[in-house]
Design a binder for this molecule. Structure first.
Ligand SMILES: [Zn+2]
Length: 423
């Protein structure tokens, strides 16, 4: 039985590795004989070649780093590292809480240290070579330290709470844990911009000037509070530009990267902002939060069933059923389902992107959004021709071509997102 379970773990780990690499390869080799009309003129010949090289280098990098992780994980399983660490800690510590904290603390810290050279390679070699990197080594190191601090406080806190609930309630543990995690994610959603983001970035309300005037005019028309629009110093780390909508109720905010403001002209920025307001008007953050809560419930329920099976922990080298080793076993067994949920989540997200684009086209204009998206794609050397299967698995946003086509479609009664037609 234990041997069979061990084989299942290895099968899942190797299988998902092979699937991912196969998708990568398909995507890398995918090209079209001639670019569709909508995509012509985005890159000149040299830029197009660079975008292909960038894609190739990223694929090679993910092959190397994921091979390393696979080797590490299968090695740890086959050598019984999890069981050994558990016996060592239990032998030296009286408190079970301390055992659990140190167990995950040590594993997390070691695996983070081992992955740091890969992160550094990505930032200072690949991103640097293509002119994207703005991260100094000082920022890189302080980011790491702050990341660990956040992980110790938040990750450690949640872990302690889960362990305590499991010890105290056993069978009904999942229901109480679900409630606690839901409460926590609601609080995080409200205070993320105030508590976590300032550790890493500076956010300032949008400055006065012609851009603010243009945005003000649009925000007023759309019924959106301008005091919720912030500019973030993304240029501290990368030249790539972005914008996002976050938070709920009074804590909602639209965040524009400073790089977006340098790259796009005023009309294009207003169009991007209109897209973000579209996410707000269509309640996409709320739906995202709700589906996340449902998924957490399913996951915790399944975990409560699995953790009671001693063989699942024994296959990882434990002596019997164990909460913390069971958690690792569950992470492996849950990963195929998590992949499926990820695909569903991406489908949902791509649909939301079309809706937000349609909102911007309807309430502002589609032309500046199209030209803004083209510029953003060009400045990040984006892949113009991703493989459809790769898109299906991994893209949270529709590919550029599909977005442009949807935006260029004349508005009809069917695809019109709201009654008011301001075009
Ligand atoms: Zn969006």
């Amino acid at each position: 039985m234990v041997q069979t379970i061990l084989a299942i773990y290895l099968f899942i780990l190797v299988g998902s590795f092979l699937l991912e690499r196969w998708l990568d390869l398909k995507n890398l080799r995918h090209s079209v004989p001639e670019l569709p009309e909508e995509l012509q003129g985005i890159y000149d010949e040299n830029e197009y070649r660079r975008s292909q090289l960038y894609k190739k280098e990223n694929t090679r990098f993910s092959f190397i780093s994921s091979s390393f992780s696979l080797l590490l994980m299968t090695g740890a399983i086959l050598l019984g590292v999890f069981g050994m660490l558990d016996r060592f800690l239990t032998g030296h510590l009286d408190s079970y809480y301390l055992v659990v904290l140190l167990f995950f603390g040590i594993l997390g810290f070691v695996s983070d240290l081992l992955s740091t050279p890969f992160e550094a390679w990505d930032t200072f070699k690949i991103e640097e070579r293509y002119g994207f990197n703005k991260t100094t080594s000082r920022t890189f190191v302080t980011d790491k330290l702050k990341g660990w601090l956040v992980m110790v406080i938040i990750g450690g806190g949640i872990l302690l709470l889960l362990t305590w609930l499991y010890q105290a309630t056993g069978r009904w543990f999942w229901l109480l844990a679900w409630g606690a995690i839901t409460l926590f994610s609601l609080v995080m959603n409200l205070f993320y911009s105030n508590l976590i983001v300032p550790l890493f970035n500076k956010q300032t309300p949008l400055e006065d000037g012609p851009l603010r005037d243009a945005i003000e005019a649009f925000a007023k028309k759309a019924g959106y509070h301008l005091k919720n629009i912030y500019v973030i110093d993304g240029s501290k780390r990368s030249s790539k530009a972005n914008a996002y909508f976050t938070g709920l109720g009074p804590k909602k905010r639209i965040v524009l990267y400073d790089t977006l403001i340098t790259d796009l002209d005023t009309e294009e920025i207003v169009a991007v902002l209109a897209h973000e307001i579209g996410h707000y008007k269509k309640k996409h953050t709320l739906w995202g939060l709700l589906t996340g809560i449902v998924q957490t419930g399913i996951m915790l329920y399944l975990f409560s069933l699995f953790v009671a099976v001693p063989e699942l922990s024994q296959a990882l080298g434990a002596d019997g059923a164990s909460f913390h080793i069971g958690l690792i076993a569950f992470t492996i067994l849950y990963s195929p389902l998590s992949m499926l949920l990820g695909i569903a989540g991406n489908m949902f997200s791509r649909r939301n992107e079309y809706q937000a684009d349609a909102y911007a086209a309807e309430n502002y204009r589609s032309e500046p959004l199209v030209s803004g998206l083209k510029k953003l794609n060009k400045n990040s050397l984006g892949n113009l021709t991703p493989h459809p299967l790769y898109v299906f698995f991994h893209y949270s946003h529709p590919p550029l071509l599909q977005r442009i086509r949807a935006l260029n479609k004349p508005l009809t009664a069917e695809n019109r997102p709201s009654a008011a037609n301001k075009r």
